[in-house]
Design a protein around this ligand. Sequence first.
Ligand SMILES: Cc1cc2nc3c(=O)[nH]c(=O)nc-3n(C[C@H](O)[C@H](O)[C@H](O)COP(=O)(O)O)c2cc1C
Length: 205
Amino acid sequence: MKSTYSIAEIQSWDRFTRANFINTLSGFKSLSLIGTVNGKGISNLAIFSNIVHLGADPALIGFINRPLEAAPHTLQNIQETGFYTVNLVTESMCNQAHLTSAKYPEGVSEFEMTGLTEEYREGWKAPFVEESPVQYLLKFEQVIPIELNGTFLVIGSLQAAFVPAEIQEEDGFLDLAKVEILTSLGTSGYYKTEKISKLPYAKVK
Ligand SMILES: Cc1cc2nc3c(=O)[nH]c(=O)nc-3n(C[C@H](O)[C@H](O)[C@H](O)COP(=O)(O)O)c2cc1C
């Protein structure tokens, strides 16, 4: 039997229950760590799961940044320096990845606080997470403020990707489950992934 809730009833719940319910309702998300650096060279790392594919040509990827009072540093650094890295999360990185969501003051690097390792590649200032098997670099393109709730859609264009050769199939598909990339639910649930099928492009018969 299904429980039925009207929005009026959901709104009457305490804010944590309401947030957990709404955050999990829209399903599993791409679990990623976004690495940035500010103008003074201080690195920042934060966990984000509201990441979305916007298109393959040009290759554009967006993410939702909460209002600036709640999550200021990643967006500020991206606007300051123009580049950021996205690093997918595995089981062995999970606890440290989660800790990056704590509200560290500006100037404190989450790399230092969590023990995740900064990795730099020649030509780019933004830090990658060395422990992550799948990493990519984005160039900041556009930020769209969402007036309804003070959040932002931040759009970047893909500049480079770093992936294990063994997960890439002949058609380009990356089987992320092969390197045990996790997925998340809300802001507290972490799940393993397993491929159950891979189907050809659907056509009307
Ligand atoms: C699993 C998980 C997913 C999260 N996803 C997002 C997200 O998509 N967008 C966001 O703004 N904050 C998200 N957060 C919260 C940020 O990680 C947190 O606000 C962080 O402190 C932001 O850091 P910053 O100020 O360094 O950018 C998430 C937290 C957790 C635990």
